[in-house]
Design a binder for this molecule. Structure first.
Ligand SMILES: Nc1ncnc2c1ncn2[C@@H]1O[C@H](COP(=O)(O)OP(=O)(O)OP(=O)(O)O)[C@@H](O)[C@H]1O
Length: 280
């Protein structure tokens, strides 16, 4: 469905380097990384809003830069905020977006508004932050888009809404012909929902793997400072407090007592890689 091949993009003070991954139909991929690591830049490249300096992006086997119109019809996006004239009403938003997409399904959109309890006559500026996001979601889901792209969709939103949103996305994936990319630093949402995780750190791809492999590979090891000193060469990074030390390792075949080793959460992984670069 979506394939990135060696994508690079350079700004004055930042470079996204050599990003490759693929996403098959029916799956959710999370893009994670610390602030400023390049998630939004990557999302903009995937959406064809930015041009890569090097590399290619293929959607259903076709280079997106050569088929921009077809690609645009096939993506639905949700940002962290709705950028639309705030004095206009929800019904004006619907009229505008419906003209963008040949497969816009008016009834489906209206059903989402009902489900999300959004009145068509409400002015955009009077929508809550959650309704704002839901309105974008209604649009993203109403024109038969095959790839849904969500950039920090849940930041600043409560857990009930975040859970509901994940459930809606999972419903949409049920018939297997859609895929979802979510960039976020709220990793709990992804621990539940994502099938694959791509981790970007300082513009580099650290991994793009299925969640089970990540769980098997990345471990947190705890012990005294001296115990971790012995393992220092294999630790990705470590934290030493007055009471204990802990570090991130790949794989746990170290012959160390299992009680001291646990699976690393996505948050742990971001923390220890980010810390290495002085981002904590
Ligand atoms: N158009 C641009 N021109 C120059 N630099 C840019 C541009 N867009 C982004 N950058 C820089 O690229 C880097 C990565 O930014 P990006 O927004 O992709 O990170 P992010 O991982 O999405 O961060 P956050 O989690 O804080 O939203 C930052 O240092 C940013 O200042």
């Amino acid at each position: 469905m979506l394939r990135l091949e060696n994508i690079s993009k350079k700004f004055d003070d930042f470079e996204l380097k050599n990003i490759s991954f693929h996403l098959e139909e029916g799956f959710i991929m999370g893009i994670i990384g610390p602030n400023g690591s390049g998630k939004t830049t990557l999302v903009k490249l995937i959406m064809n809003l930015l041009q890569a300096d090097e590399g290619k992006i293929y959607f259903q086997g076709k280079d997106i830069s050569e088929n921009p119109k077809e690609f645009k019809e096939n993506i639905g996006f949700v940002y962290d905020n709705l950028y639309f004239y705030e004095n206009l009403k929800v019904k004006d938003f619907k009229n505008t977006v419906s003209s963008f997409y040949s497969k816009f399904d008016s009834d489906k959109f209206d059903n989402y508004l009902l489900r999300f309890k959004i009145d068509k006559n409400t002015k955009i500026k009077n929508l809550s932050k959650g309704q704002n996001i839901k309105l974008m979601l209604a649009n993203a889901l109403s024109h038969d888009a095959k790839l849904l792209i969500l950039d920090e969709p849940t930041s600043g939103l409560d857990p009930i809404f975040r859970k509901e949103m994940i459930e809606i996305l999972q419903e949409e994936l049920e018939n297997g012909d859609k895929s979802v990319i979510i960039s976020t630093h709220i990793t709990q949402d992804l621990s539940r929902a994502a099938d694959y995780i791509t981790f970007i750190n300082n513009g580099d791809i650290v991994f793009s793997q299925d969640k089970d492999t990540i769980n098997e590979n990345y471990k947190i090891i705890k012990g005294s400072k001296e115990e971790l000193d012995i393992l220092d060469s294999v630790l990705i990074n470590r934290k030493d407090t007055a009471y204990y030390s802990e570090g991130l390792i790949i794989d746990n075949n170290l012959g160390v007592d299992n009680d001291n080793i646990q699976n690393a959460s996505l948050e742990d992984i971001i923390y220890y890689y980010g810390k290495e670069l002085g981002n904590d």
